[in-house]
Ligand binder design. Structure first.
Ligand SMILES: C[S@@+](CC[C@H](N)C(=O)[O-])C[C@H]1O[C@@H](n2cnc3c(N)ncnc32)[C@H](O)[C@@H]1O
Length: 207
């Protein structure tokens, strides 16, 4: 496992100048800011075997999860990344390191129907630095309502995001402080349902 992490970090460093994979200012601290931070998703839900990672970028947390699951029976990570250059990077890391990962180079909004048709099921849906909680729930709705748990990295504005999301969604949520950034957290979201009143004017919603 350690060798895979070292090889992955080398590949990010190698391709960074060409593909702009992570914010350049974070590269010197890649082990803490990206690898250790990414590993918090799997650590939050270690029983989950089948992961879907949305907006994977350079593979945080998706490829980190795939490395952690590499020797686990039945482990798999599906990474969704619409940027073709980043998706090609993810694909080549997955191949080179023999990871149980596949890459879907499409926009998240365009994939649920096809995934439903092929019967794919996930235990967990992860995302870091992709969207507000409200939007994440909308992106992940097909899988969360089918029983997957959302495992989201969230920043310091999370309280406001949670209030906003609660206008449209019902959910159970556990918040854990990040071990990497004290102002950030890892959020676990379960039992997601769209509220019937979502989108109605406030007066109608109270009836
Ligand atoms: C800010 S980056 C975060 C990348 C990674 N999760 C991380 O934390 O380092 C957001 C990524 O999501 C991808 N993305 C944004 N919207 C998307 C969408 N609707 N469908 C698929 N990918 C998307 C972008 O191309 C970008 O690589």
């Amino acid at each position: 496992m350690e060798a895979r992490f070292v090889a992955y970090v080398e590949l990010v460093r190698k391709w960074q100048p060409v593909k702009n994979l992570v914010a350049p200012s974070t590269l010197p601290d890649i082990w803490r800011r990206h690898v250790a931070d990414g590993a918090q998703a799997f650590a939050a839900l270690p029983a989950a075997k089948r992961w879907l990672d949305l907006g994977s970028g350079a593979g945080f947390p998706g490829l980190v999860t795939a490395i952690l699951l590499a020797d686990a029976e039945g482990g798999s990570v599906t990474l969704v990344e619409s940027n073709g250059r980043k998706a090609a990077f993810l694909q080549s890391v997955a191949r080179e390191l023999k990871l149980p990962a596949r890459v879907v180079s499409e926009r998240i909004e365009s994939i649920p129907e096809r995934f439903k048709e092929t019967g794919d099921r996930f235990d967990a849906v992860s995302a870091r630095a992709l969207a507000s909680l409200d939007r994440l729930l909308a992106y992940a709705e097909p899988w969360l309502t089918a029983g997957a748990t959302g495992v989201f990295h969230k920043g310091q504005d999370f309280a406001a995001e949670r209030r906003q999301a609660a206008l449209s969604w019902g959910f159970d949520l556990i918040e854990r402080q990040s071990r990497i950034e004290p102002d950030s957290r890892i959020v676990l979201v379960d039992h997601v349902r769209r509220l019937p009143t979502a989108g109605l004017p406030e007066q109608d919603a109270r009836r």
